[in-house]
Ligand binder design. Structure first.
Ligand code: FPP
Length: 276
């Protein structure tokens, strides 16, 4: 059995499948071996995930309805949040809905918004018990009233939690985030609060959606796609990228542990040379 330095239960669900929730189960022996191999002193502070492959997961099962893939993907979100909390990861950013996703069919957008809302309602107790602080990166004002109000309640209710920060990227675009920061800077210059000569990288970073979060150490993309897809463009300058072939609805603790172990095997040089 694993030990956790947070107050997160050390068990987790083994199977996906929506509601009612599956039984909680301990780590399998394979997961335990992986978990024990992780150097807890070098766990990534911030993990960002591009959760890709929901549609393909549904199609592989012969289901025309992509929404079934998103439903199964919500279950993977639970696993990822718990597992990151257990490992002492400081922040987990999940790419849940991009600015480009507004161009998807209205039915799929509606289903994604409903899934988000029901996820927040169902996880409300667990968010508190596990000391998770929920924040949003993106244009939250674009989110329809119902899910937006639930989001705002969740943000408020969890604001003083001190464990994992769950940063939901919603109506999010990396370019939009930089654009929004540039607009803030322009208005500060116009009002005389800032002079152009003082605009630095730190000034830009401080005007992003969540400047208090460290830049991601590890970016995971599922489903094998080799793209950044307008995600955290400013923040991933020196982030290690890990692409998993696993489709997001199948992504479980084991896959997260493998990604972290792969990350821990790398040498991060940040543009410098290795020490001799
Ligand atoms: C990409 O898969 C996934 C999304 C656009 C949405 C992600 C949403 C969830 C995982 C569920 C709800 C989220 C939360 C936070 C509860 P895709 O549809 O592009 O897959 P495809 O490339 O296989 O078509």
């Amino acid at each position: 059995m694993i030990t956790s330095h947070t107050n997160i239960p050390v068990d987790d669900a083994q199977t996906s499948g929506g509601h009612p929730r599956p039984e909680l189960a301990p780590l399998t022996s394979e997961e335990q071996v992986l978990f024990d191999s992780i150097d807890r002193a070098r766990v990534p502070r911030h993990i960002a995930i591009i959760m890709d492959g929901n549609g393909r997961w549904a199609r592989e099962r012969g289901w025309a309805d992509r929404i079934r893939g998103h439903e199964a993907g919500s279950e993977s979100v639970r696993f990822a949040v718990r597992a990151c909390g257990q490992l002492g990861v400081e922040a987990l950013t999940l790419y849940a809905f991009s600015v480009e996703n507004w161009s998807r069919p209205a039915e799929e957008i509606g289903a994604l918004m409903s899934l988000l809302q029901s996820f927040l309602v169902q996880e409300a107790d667990e968010i508190q018990t596990n000391n998770v602080r929920v924040v949003v990166s993106g244009r939250i004002e674009d989110i329809p009233d119902g899910p937006r109000q639930t989001l705002e309640q969740t943000i408020q209710a969890s604001a003083s939690n001190t464990g994992l920060v769950l940063n939901l990227a919603l109506s999010y675009g990396g370019r939009t985030e930089i654009l929004d920061a540039v607009k803030k800077i322009a208005s500060e210059v116009q009002s005389g609060e800032l002079v152009p000569a003082d605009i630095s990288e730190d000034v830009i970073s401080a005007r992003l959606y969540h400047p208090e979060l460290p830049d991601p150490d590890l970016l995971i993309r599922t489903s094998g796609e080799l793209r950044v897809s307008n995600f955290l463009l400013w923040q991933i300058a020196y982030t290690e990228i890990y692409v998993s072939p696993v489709l997001w609805p199948d992504f479980r603790r084991k896959h997260l542990y493998e990604a972290i172990l792969n990350f821990q095997g790398r040498e991060r040089r940040f543009g410098r040379v290795s020490p001799v």
